[in-house]
Design a protein around this ligand. Structure first.
Ligand code: PHE
Length: 436
């Protein structure tokens, strides 16, 4: 990753950024958080945040990286010498990446367990109630989840260390569309179940009485989490985008792909949730107890189950690689350690935190809540202020139009970056703290 040779084409960057964005956040976290936060009303607010804040922040990160030709730490040094303050974005990003990966690896470990169970055909003969017990017994036990978490972290570290990133990106270009295909097949099977309508209306019919400050904050946090924002990950990819590429289009494509997968995951899951009598607010186990039921009703369900969990695992891996990369980049650049050493130390410390997440669900939950709902949106405020006020319209326009054609709506974009996004995020925070 050190030589700035750039991605060979636009699809390369989109695939890499989408590889980071598309992961457990879309398929595991989105449906369960939506289920706990009122369904359709959450979806509506979520979509609003993706368009009004997610896309502009994603674009800002890409722009910062490409303009500076550096990752976040260097980028702020180059673009705002004298404003050391912005370094805090990088620091918060490293902290967030560290904490996120420590619970993310636990859930990724669950995908390995489920791949093994599916392959051994141990999901196929179970009733909905048995599948629920299976998950709760497994996830509340210690050694097996721990074992898989460690395996997952070792794989992530091996990939980051070897720098075979290009390798997995190449595969994920083929495998992610395949995941999309399986999800579409799941959607079709799910909506044809008895009682599917109830699930669809839970997902798509907003019940405005369910909206409160928690729901709004969760929707904002999920938008940041799902798009991998607020950690400088996207800025790093931005530094590899060639000047001839259209950044706005890239930002829109990545956000669209990410949102599409999340919504389709919802369409696959909620009809089945109601058809099999599962509670929509069942929490982090929702996907794991719901989907095996659909596989059990499908023709060729065995193969779909195995394929799905393998692909979900790979989606998690491409995201976790980008998370570990943030931590390793920090250790190598700021603490001047060699990449190999940095990777081992980073992965080891994260694994230790991961062990605590396995042992104490309350830590798991609080890492998850604090990172997505507080740290990431907080960085988001600073990123938008930076581009809106420090770079300003002239520089922003020059960078966005470097591919040679005019970008319309630059006025609207600046308005969002300077005023709307920072104020909206701040209001969501204050409202949630009951301060307004
Ligand atoms: N966006 C990833 C997902 O949806 C998770 C992630 C968050 C990755 C933050 C990198 C940074 O699974």
């Amino acid at each position: 990753m050190d030589q700035r040779d750039g991605f060979s084409n636009k699809f390369g960057v989109i695939a890499a950024a989408a590889g980071s964005a598309i992961g457990l956040g879309n398929i595991w976290r989105f449906p369960y958080v939506l289920g706990q936060n009122g369904g359709g009303a959450f979806l509506l607010i979520y979509l609003f945040f993706i368009v009004a804040i997610g896309v502009p922040v994603l674009l800002s990160e890409l722009l910062i990286g490409r303009k500076a030709q550096q990752g976040v730490f260097g980028a702020f040094r180059v673009l705002a010498p004298g404003f050391k303050f912005f370094k805090i974005v990088g620091v918060m990003g490293v902290g967030a990446a560290f904490l996120i990966l420590s619970f993310y690896a636990v859930v990724a470990g669950w995908t390995i367990e489920y791949t093994v169970l599916a392959t051994a055909n141990q999901l196929g003969d179970k009733s909905p109630a048995e599948l629920a017990t299976l998950f709760s017994d497994f996830s509340s036990s210690f050694w097996r989840p721990l074992f898989y978490m460690v395996v997952f972290m070792a794989l992530t570290a091996a990939i980051v260390m070897g720098g075979v990133k290009n390798g997995i990106e190449k595969y994920s270009k083929i495998l992610m569309p395949l995941l999309l295909l399986i999800i579409i097949v799941l959607c079709i099977n799910s909506v044809t179940l008895d009682g599917a309508m109830q699930g669809l209306s839970f997902l798509f019919k907003p019940d405005f009485s369910k909206i409160n400050s928690d729901v709004i904050l969760e929707a904002l946090g999920q938008a940041f989490f799902s798009l991998s924002l607020g950690m400088g990950i996207i800025a790093t990819y931005g530094s590899y985008v060639q000047k001839k590429e259209n950044l706005l289009q890239t930002a829109v494509s990545v956000s669209f792909a990410d949102t599409l997968i999340a919504v389709l995951a919802g369409v696959a899951i909620f009809p089945a949730v109601f058809a099999f009598g599962i509670k929509p607010d069942a929490g982090p186990g929702l996907v794991f107890v719901t989907l095996p039921n659909i596989f059990n009703q499908m023709m060729g369900g065995y193969f779909f189950a195995v394929g799905f969990f393998i692909l979900l695992f790979i989606a998690a891996l491409t995201s976790s690689v980008s998370l570990l990369e943030v931590v390793v980049a920090y250790i190598t650049e700021e603490l001047k350690l060699k990449r190999k050493k940095a990777t081992i130390i980073g992965a080891f410390l994260i694994t230790v935190f991961g062990i605590f997440c396995v042992a104490y669900p309350v830590l798991f939950t609080s890492f998850e809540w604090t990172t997505s709902n507080i740290l990431l949106p907080l960085s988001g405020i600073l990123i938008t202020i930076f581009v809106g006020w420090f770079l300003g319209k002239k520089q922003t326009r020059a960078e966005l139009e470097s591919h040679g054609s005019k970008i319309r709506m630059i006025g609207l974009l600046m308005l969002i970056l300077k005023i709307f996004a920072p104020i909206a995020i701040a209001l969501v925070f204050l409202n949630n703290l009951n301060l307004i």
